[in-house]
Design a protein around this ligand. Structure first.
Ligand code: SF4
Length: 456
């Protein structure tokens, strides 16, 4: 906070070797989140205890529920001689003490730098009889000196496909659905769409019922939610795949196509009107279905809200930061609302991200692989009416006295994000509602007393 007060307005210096307040976090957090979308899986952090504590605590603070994970617990010896011995002992101990269906191993900076070979160690665990019958080990390589938490999610999704899907000569009618990194409630909402539209599917990862499991009075190590291993296996016999959010899902989609011959569409996360339309158009293309009246009605309600409220939204300047799969459809949706997106920062790098965001909003300040210091400078040079991003934006919002919508990961200081979807048409309505509330509250706070309105 104090540091932020020193963020200078005016000239912005190009920086290549210095990141200040990164708009990202590290790969294994995404891998851990994806792993917990498998029923009965225990994420395992192959590295030092500190990494595992950090990753667990970030997810725990976002969900306000304890997150289970184990660690290879590297010491100086492992750093010198490699982590194989620790990992083999860990595998044996985890299966005998915690009895998971699957151990989902992700690597860390240290184990990747040492060069621990996960293919070889996994094989040795099976060869040495450390894996009981019917139990499974999957892995994802997640070195955090490249990429971000989104890359980690993508790498573990690829591992889920590679290690859990089974090849099939014959194809069925079901759809293999890979949701990007969205909240448990968003995964539930996407499943509701598929059910209403009559599309048979298997979805993985699926954190519905994992991070938002109800309190029952009993402690369960493995919540009832999550994609079942036997269901994931059937993705190899799917008619097609549908992946939502290219950055988080393209690796898994490619693996499904290359190894199992299951092809399909990779579309944006269904955030906002147009992106939800595109998800449904993909389903129409694959299944030739007629859109159910209930879904059409929801679309109409969102359209009605947008046209009724445009006068309050039109021309309002917005700064947004976060993960690319969210930013791409969200920027598009804000423009649909008539808002003027002025500044966009994502911590994840890539030409695809730059091209899509430039195409959607060519006039905004855009930094792909940028940081929040730069975003703050932009906001000082060209003030906005609204800031959208994760919890870390609250300091900039306070400093610039700008309404702030918490959106994305992590949200450490508020509740509700795991329960109320922002995908689909109804999710769009929620986003419009949240944005309107912030803008109207600001008007009610600042307007001269004699101009105070009782109604919109
Ligand atoms: S950046 Fe690397 S060392 Fe740091 S917590 Fe993440 S995985 Fe561990």
């Amino acid at each position: 906070m104090t540091l932020l007060r020193h963020t200078p307005a005016g000239e912005i210096k190009e920086r290549e070797a210095l990141v200040i307040n990164p708009a990202k976090t590290c790969q294994p957090i995404g891998a851990m989140y994806a792993s917990l979308g498998i029923h009965g899986a225990l994420p395992h952090s192959h590295g030092s205890q500190g990494c595992c504590s950090y990753h667990r605590s970030t997810l725990t603070r976002h969900y306000k529920d304890p997150v289970m994970a184990s660690t290879s617990s590297f010491t100086e010896g492992s750093a010198v001689f490699g982590g194989q011995a620790n990992l083999l002992t860990a595998i044996q101990t985890i299966f005998s003490v915690y009895d998971p269906k699957v151990i989902a191993i992700h690597t860390t900076c240290l184990s990747e730098t040492i060069g621990d070979d996960m293919v070889q160690i996994r094989k040795k665990a099976f060869d040495d009889g450390k894996v009981p019958d019917g139990k499974l080990i999957i892995y994802g390589n997640t070195p955090s000196y490249v990429g971000t938490h989104v890359t980690g999610y993508a790498n573990m999704v690829k591992g889920i496909v590679r290690d859990l899907v089974k090849a099939s000569e014959t194809k069925g009618e079901h759809l293999a659905v890979i949701p990007g990194w969205v909240e448990p409630c968003d995964m539930r909402e996407i499943k509701r769409y598929l059910n209403v539209l009559g599309v048979p599917f298997v979805m993985f990862p699926d954190t519905d019922g994992v991070f938002d499991a109800p309190m029952t009075g009993k402690h369960v190590f493995y919540p009832k939610g999550g994609a079942k291993v036997e269901d994931i296996a059937t993705a190899g016999a799917a008619k097609a795949s549908l992946s939502l959010g290219r950055v988080a899902t393209a690796l898994g989609s490619e693996e499904l196509s290359k190894t199992f011959g299951v092809d399909g569409d990779v579309v944006d996360l269904p955030i906002g009107l147009a992106a939800t339309d595109r998800m449904i158009e993909s389903l129409i293309k694959t299944y030739g279905l007629t859109v159910a009246e209930a879904i059409n009605d929801e679309r109409g309600k969102l359209g009605d809200l947008l046209s009724d409220m445009e006068q309050y939204l039109w021309g309002k300047k917005v700064a947004i930061f976060g993960d690319p799969d969210q930013l791409i459809p969200l920027t598009e949706f804000l423009k649909t609302m008539g808002m003027d997106v002025r500044h966009i920062v994502t911590g994840t790098e890539g030409n695809y991200i730059r091209d899509r965001l430039t195409e959607i909003n060519p006039t905004a300040n855009l930094k792909v692989g940028g940081d929040m210091f730069l975003l703050h400078q932009w906001m000082k040079n060209e003030p906005v009416d609204l800031l959208i991003g994760n919890t870390y934006g609250k300091y900039m919002a306070r400093d610039e006295d700008v309404p702030f919508l918490r959106f994305g990961f992590p949200i450490l200081d508020r509740q509700g994000h795991q329960h109320f979807p922002t995908v689909g048409y109804m999710g769009g309505i929620r986003l419009v509602e949240q944005i309107l509330n912030l803008l109207m509250d600001r008007i009610d706070r600042d307007v001269e007393e004699h101009k105070m309105e009782l109604q919109m």
